[in-house]
Design a binder for this molecule. Structure first.
Ligand code: FMN
Length: 356
């Protein structure tokens, strides 16, 4: 077992008993109105009870047009705040900490009635079957305001911090990724321009919640196609800018974040994570394909600060114990939990019973 994994660590003001984090994970229980269901309170309480010191909540939309799926929870009205507060209380009662992941889907809304989803660039094919509408400055103001309101409320109701979801093809990422962002104004083109909108939102949020409140970000370490090599340099720029702003920690993911069907793949983004770690001082959270003790060792040997996991916590809710016993997770990264999310329970479908 890596000697560092079970040592305490800090993310801003959050003191954490070990280096494990539950990465943001949507589950199938979110209700049509975006409120939290009793099953979700139970999932989070159990995770905290199991000894995972920090849970990053499922992504929550900050504005209705930015909702990704019909089961996504929201964080933009009183009913949402009241229901999310129950998760906060359940986690705190069980000795854990919880960060709320804030999100806007941009073009990647699957909600049919949102006919022309807004996105950095127009006329792009959208998953809901229509095409995107290019965002105006007013749209940007609206979304920035929605993030500020959500972050302020998250702090007020007791979340230990927030995470801005800047990965996985959603709005922030659409601005940063040249495959999505074809703008010709000051929000498109070079890395500085493509980062302008995410930076503006991050700055506004941080001004609103104050310097001591943890504001984390999740970012893609790569992008699809030929642009990927250049994106590696841009990534360093984005992360340096986040560091300069005073962001509390960066979680490093990627566009192919569940390496669907590639069960043999491990530690997907380790090379770019090592590079970032050598260039930055901000805490780095590594996510993607950590399963074995060797995987853990590789991340910790690179001096990366924290390890976040998603599917292994679905497969084995007692994962902390598993790693403490120097064992590997049984999760095969089959990703059936991801594919079946709207049709079946968000339990592991390969190992029918949790921990079997
Ligand atoms: C069922 C499921 C739901 C997910 N929901 C979210 C989410 O709400 N927000 C997010 O940033 N990532 C989400 N992810 C991605 C994970 O946080 C993580 O980045 C990815 O699964 C790789 O980690 P793993 O190999 O430990 O599963 C989800 C993944 C799965 C499998």
């Amino acid at each position: 077992m890596s000697s560092k994994l079970f040592t305490p660590g800090k993310i801003g003001s959050m003191e954490l008993g070990n280096r494990l984090i539950r990465s943001a994970t949507q589950d199938p229980f979110g209700q049509k109105d975006g409120t939290v269901a009793p099953e979700q309170i139970e999932i989070h309480a159990d995770l905290a009870k199991s000894g995972v010191p920090l849970i990053i909540s499922a992504y929550a939309y900050v504005s209705p047009e930015g909702r990704a799926t019909n089961i996504q929870v929201g964080f933009c009205d009183e009913a949402h705040y009241e229901s999310q507060k129950k998760i906060v209380e359940a986690v705190h009662e069980n000795g854990g900490k919880i960060v709320l992941q804030l999100h806007h889907a941009g073009i990647n809304t699957f909600i049919k009635k949102n006919e022309f989803p807004m996105a950095p660039s127009g006329d792009m094919e959208a998953p809901n079957g229509s095409t995107s509408r290019e965002m105006t400055i007013e749209d940007m103001d609206h979304i920035c305001g929605a993030y500020v309101k959500a972050a302020t409320k998250a702090k007020e109701i007791g979340f230990d911090g927030i995470q801005l979801h800047g990965a996985h093809g959603y709005l922030f990422n659409q601005f940063m990724d040249p495959n999505f962002n074809k703008r010709e104004d000051e929000f498109g083109g070079n890395a500085e321009n493509r980062f302008r909108f995410p930076k503006r939102v991050a700055q506004a949020v941080m001004d609103a919640v104050g310097a001591d409140y943890p504001v984390l970000v999740k970012i893609n370490s790569n992008c699809a196609g030929d642009a990927n090599e250049k994106y590696g340099e841009d990534l360093l720029y984005f992360c340096r800018e986040y560091e300069k702003l005073g962001i509390t920690a960066i979680e490093l993911s990627g566009y192919n974040f569940i390496a669907m069907g590639k069960k043999e793949a491990h530690n997907y983004y380790i090379e770019r994570a090592k590079k970032l770690k050598s260039e930055l001082n901000i805490p780095i959270i590594f996510v993607g394909g950590v399963r074995t003790q060797e995987d853990i060792q590789e991340v910790m040997d690179a001096d990366i600060d924290f390890i976040a996991l998603s599917r292994p916590f679905i497969c084995e809710p007692n994962l902390v114990e598993v790693f403490k016993a120097n064992e590997a997770s049984k999760c095969l990264s089959c990703s059936k939990c991801f594919i079946l999310w709207e049709r079946e329970g968000r339990r592991c479908v390969t190992h029918e019973k949790p921990n079997a």
